[in-house]
Design a protein around this ligand. Structure first.
Ligand code: G6P
Length: 549
């Protein structure tokens, strides 16, 4: 038995879960007129109503006991103070230093990293302004009008999704295009519409070893050279963001054009670093800075609010409750705001790459479920497809609904409909519709009793399906920063409870290595014996289809 499942707090929660499973939330709402008010929380411009969760006071209080028993507060301090909590890579975890607007120094190996952080922000600001003002020109003297941002994973999802979410704040001076996949269709589609004289490539790779990003950059460089640019002109059209400055200069990017980042920033936590340069170029540096400020506010809330009023802690505990005591396999994110449609994909990487692990910090196998599957998409679209399974499927899928109360340039009727669908779904999930109500609806329809009962069973909705609802005034850069940091800290707290290293990603690393090995096989540069029979067969098929004719 693991340390976690042997804790008295864990055993207590197992007992409470059994009694809660036989209760229905609609009865709790009926018997407690203050439930909604009591179970709401506001922080950093985000209002959270968590009353539609299958928790009573006993469950909540034991969940907070569990958090304390797992030393959340101490490990949180360790993270913020730069201890090497990424124990398998011997690294500190300091994305919070990137948005530290206090005067507090942040020490890594005895050195304050804040001066470097500030210098990089200044460099980003200056560069953004020189592009927007037209001062930085392409080699033929034309201003830059298009940015091609190349990166993948954390070097893509954060910049792309934040830029998309803040579309109403986009500047007119440039248009930012993102390319991630090594599938050549994407880069060719993007480049084919652009004038190379007015294009700047921002290549983002923390490690500077990622196959997709290197290849897409080579393709862009080739396009630039074939279009008429020369090797010397590259400096005006290619910049890189990387912690591996040597590899970037070896690749041909001049040192002046490299924006640094550091190994204490994980890829999926890197949008706050110079990896966010495309955000700054798309929205202006002030909006990028506001994103950081919002995240800093959430950091302050996370480090100072009592656990019971701490939004990320509460969300993490609710997630643990459903994952470990209700066998929930997944968690769905439902932004009711078109521009925020990418958030589920962002949180998917954040959560699944962080807590998709099955060994503890000590290297022992866990005997409890860990990170759930994260998925979702924008409302209302999902209501006409996968919501069916959330309402009537056989398991429970906790849901995060989110809605801005105001949206720019929008027709009131559309927004009212959007909001009513969002709230209506949370109500339906919680209340359900009883068999008796469905049976009554079928009165007078000319059905015999057996048929009426059969149909009523199909139409019955059990309800008791949990959801959180997040509201914000409007999705400003600051609120978005706070929202993303909230999910980061939620994932951190869950990782602490499950005793995981949430900051490595060995499973993904393996994919990078294998991809290169198979490429050698496809290019005829590896022995057949390096591959299993199935992979050999697939390689042979590919080679046959691509053999010179
Ligand atoms: O920025 P890079 O070094 O190119 O890495 C890009 C991505 O690579 C891997 O897939 C990692 O799992 C991600 O966390 C990372 O964001």
């Amino acid at each position: 038995m693991s340390v976690l499942t042997s804790l008295p707090e864990w055993k207590e929660l197992s007992k409470i879960a059994e009694s809660v499973k036989s209760a229905h939330m609609r009865d709790w709402f009926a018997s407690d007129g203050e439930r909604a008010e009591k179970m709401s929380l506001s922080a950093c411009g985000i209002y959270l109503d968590y009353s539609k969760n299958r928790v009573n006071e006993a469950a909540l209080s034991s969940l907070f006991d569990l958090a304390r028993a797992c030393n959340i507060e101490t490990i949180r301090t360790n993270m913020f103070e730069g201890e090497q909590i990424n124990s398998t890579e011997g690294r500190a975890v300091l994305h919070t230093a990137l948005r530290n607007f206090s005067d507090r120094p942040v020490m890594v190996d005895g050195k304050d990293v804040m001066p470097e952080v500030h210098a990089t922000l200044e460099k980003m600001k200056g560069f953004t302004e020189s592009i927007h003002s037209g001062e930085h020109k392409g080699y033929t003297g034309k201003p830059i009008k298009h940015i091609v941002a190349i990166g993948i994973g954390g070097s893509f999802l954060g910049p792309k999704i934040m830029t998309e979410a803040l579309k109403p704040h986009t500047v007119d001076a440039v248009k930012v295009h993102f390319v991630a996949n090594v599938d050549g269709c994407h880069i060719h589609d993007v480049l084919s519409g652009l004038n190379f004289e007015e294009t700047l490539v921002v290549m983002s790779s923390k490690s500077f070893t990622t196959q997709e990003t290197l290849q897409n950059t080579l393709t862009a460089k080739d396009w630039f050279l074939k279009s008429g640019g020369t090797q010397q002109d590259i400096a005006k059209h290619f910049v890189a963001v990387s912690s591996n400055v040597k590899a970037a200069t070896d690749f041909g990017i001049s040192e002046d054009n490299i924006f640094p980042m550091w190994d204490w920033v994980g890829g999926r936590y890197s949008l706050w670093s110079a990896i966010g340069l495309p955000i700054s170029l798309a929205l202006g540096f002030d909006n990028f800075k506001a994103l950081l400020e919002g995240a800093f506010e959430m950091d302050t809330h996370f480090t100072t609010a009592p656990l019971e009023e701490n939004m990320p802690v509460l969300l993490a505990l609710l997630g643990v409750w459903y994952r470990n005591f209700f066998d929930a396999q997944s968690h769905v994110l439902l932004p009711y705001y078109h521009y925020l449609r990418g958030l589920p994909a962002y949180v998917q990487q954040l959560d699944m790459e962080s807590n998709g692990k099955e060994v503890t910090q000590a290297g022992d196998s866990v005997d409890y479920p860990t990170g759930p599957i994260i998925w979702g998409s924008e409302g209302t679209n999902g209501q006409h497809s996968f919501h069916q399974l959330i309402h009537q499927g056989s398991g429970i899928i906790p849901a995060d609904f989110m809605l801005p109360l105001n949206v720019p340039n929008q027709d009131d009727t559309h927004h009212a409909m959007l909001a009513s669908n969002c709230f209506g779904q949370t109500q339906a999930l919680m209340q359900g519709k009883s068999f008796d109500a469905c049976y009554a609806d079928l009165d007078g329809k000319g059905l015999d009793d057996a048929e009426r009962k059969r149909l009523a069973a199909h139409k019955t909705m059990p309800g008791n399906k949990p959801s959180n609802t997040f509201l914000f005034d409007s999705l400003t850069p600051k609120t978005l920063g706070a929202l993303v940091a909230m999910y980061e800290h939620k994932v951190f707290v869950q990782g602490v409870i499950w005793n995981l290293n949430s900051f490595d990603q060995w499973g993904v690393e393996l994919g990078k290595v294998l991809g290169n090995q198979v490429l050698a096989g496809i290019q005829g540069e590896a022995s057949k014996d390096d591959f299993d029979a199935s992979t050999q067969q697939l390689i042979a098929k590919f080679r046959a289809a691509n053999a010179p004719k």
